[in-house]
Write a new protein. Structure first.
Length: 138
């Protein structure tokens, strides 16, 4: 199944109902502070210092990663790229490459499991700033 960022209507009632159905079917409880949860997961289970974008990416793409590792790695990688976008550009990673990385990792998260699909999408659905701008260059 090809996943397009444009398929997601974060913040809409319809998408909220879809996420609610997934949560009920799978007994998922929304993670209230995804960034803090991801940092705690990293500190408890990975704990490589200094933490780098590369470590976060590995958490997403490693076939041995648990669903929790994939989700935490995605949130940490997404945040790290967004907060470092100028520095990454200055050091040879153009914005188009950054955008491609984020989208490719997002696709991996979507295809990993219902758990990762639900929580990643619920994260964006609950944050209208991300929802409004997700299909645009970050």
């Amino acid at each position: 199944m090809a996943i397009s960022i444009n398929d997601y209507c974060y913040g809409t009632q319809e998408f909220g109902e879809t996420l609610q159905s997934i949560a009920q079917e799978n007994n998922f409880k929304p993670i209230q502070n995804m960034m803090e949860w991801s940092k705690n997961y990293y500190d408890t289970n990975v704990n490589i210092f200094p933490a780098t974008i590369l470590h976060f990416i590995k958490m997403v793409v490693d076939e041995e990663s648990s669903d929790e590792a994939v989700l935490a790695g995605w949130i940490l990688a997404f945040n790290a790229v967004l907060t470092s976008k100028e520095k990454l550009s200055e050091h040879g990673m153009p914005r188009e490459a950054q955008k491609k990385l984020i989208i490719d990792l997002f696709v991996k998260v979507q295809e990993c499991s219902r758990f990762t699909y639900y929580h990643a999408n619920n994260y964006f659905h609950q944050h209208p700033v991300f929802a409004r701008n997700f299909s645009q260059e970050p």
